[in-house]
Ligand binder design. Structure first.
Ligand code: EPU
Length: 332
């Protein structure tokens, strides 16, 4: 168990922010002991590795972090394996584990920053796969020390959303996530340029698909160790079909993804680029020059600098397209 006062809170934007108290636990028993000792009082905040958080200042309360790092096979049948994974496992280490063991399903989510617990809160997604497609249940302990297991259907999963993001659910701490992976070879290859990239390789296997995803991500998304960022800063807006059709008349090359019969998702990165913001900066924050959905800390930015840039970009998109875009990152 680690207990520290005034420690820097990890965050991939590279912002200099401190926790009043930092508590880290390595097992459910340790978490329950902390609760029983009355160590977790309001205000508190549970974090992963801070890859989807934008701190507007120090957090004066208690910051909790899971260091539960187990991966265990809890069940299998002819088609699937079920892996129960600790919330503190680095997400990409889990993907690498699946690829090494020949378990199919997680490979398109290679290289997404963050930890397993946060993946289930945020419903991370990329290249045609969302983590909800792999989850079978999410184990939690609430702030009173009571265990509750949520079956995937109880998690309220939607695009970058789950019940765990609701303000009244912040008292539930994810301890383990159980994933169901396929034993038989199957891939999701229809997104963007994946198939085209795979043609460069003699054969398709799990390691090759992972490699292709890693290289596509590395070509567009900045490495947070070099340039602070939180991946996509905005969600792609989902608009009524009628609105999409009006926009399409004016912008015939506008990319889009059908959501359902009446709704269409439009890439916010494309709209931001059309507004001329790609690669532009405001103060110490900038719109990334290779992917306009990503805002970066050019060095020395504060949370307020990033919010100011976000507000300017949102206003530009609203004015040009009449569409509201919303941050995907959680502001603290
Ligand atoms: N586009 C532009 N200009 C840009 C960026 C994108 O024109 O600057 C266009 C692209 O040409 C393409 C479309 O927009 O036609 C979509 O772009 P891309 O495939 O890069 O994906 P995205 O919609 O911008 C989403 C996720 C990413 C995920 C990718 C790939 C969200 C908020 N973001 O981005 O997730 O990696 O798809 O699946 O849904 C993240 O959540 O942090 C993240 C990186």
């Amino acid at each position: 168990m680690i207990f520290e006062k005034g420690r820097n809170i990890p965050n991939t934007f590279g912002l200099d922010v401190k926790a009043g108290r930092w508590l880290e636990y390595a097992s459910v028993e340790e978490l329950k002991a902390l609760i029983a000792e009355g160590q977790i009082s309001s205000p508190y905040l549970h974090v992963g590795s801070g890859s989807n958080l934008l701190f507007l200042g120090d957090f004066e309360g208690t910051v909790l972090h899971s260091a539960i790092k187990s991966i265990e096979m809890v069940n299998q049948d002819a088609e699937k394996v079920w892996l129960r994974v600790g919330a503190g496992v680095i997400w990409d280490d889990f993907v690498a584990y699946c690829v090494e063991h020949g378990y199919y399903g997680a490979e398109n989510l290679s290289l997404i920053p963050g930890e397993v617990g946060a993946s289930a809160v945020q419903n991370i997604g990329a290249y045609g796969v969302e983590v909800k497609d792999l989850i079978s249940c999410v184990e939690t302990v609430d702030v009173h020390g009571d265990k509750r297991v949520f079956g995937v259907e109880e998690c309220g999963y939607a695009y970058r959303n789950s019940v765990f993001k609701r303000p009244d659910m912040k008292s539930f701490f994810v301890t383990h996530v159980t994933f169901a992976l396929n034993k038989a070879e199957q891939y999701t290859l229809n997104y963007g340029t994946i198939r085209q990239e795979l043609e460069k390789y003699p054969q398709i296997d799990l390691a090759t698909v992972r490699q292709v995803i890693v290289s596509i991500r590395e070509s567009k998304l900045p490495d947070p160790k070099v340039l602070g960022n939180a991946g996509s800063f905005f969600m792609n807006p989902i608009v009524p079909r009628a609105k999409y059709e009006t926009l399409l008349q004016e912008y015939p090359s506008m990319p889009s993804y059908q959501v359902d019969a009446t709704h269409v998702k439009i890439p916010a990165g494309w709209m931001i680029e059309q507004c001329g913001w790609k690669g532009k900066s405001l103060g110490n924050a900038a719109v990334h020059d290779k992917q306009a959905l990503v805002l970066v800390n050019c060095g020395g930015a504060t949370g307020a600098d990033i919010v100011a840039l976000s507000d300017a970009v949102r206003a530009a998109v609203r004015e040009k397209f009449g569409v509201e875009i919303h941050p995907e990152v959680n502001m603290i």
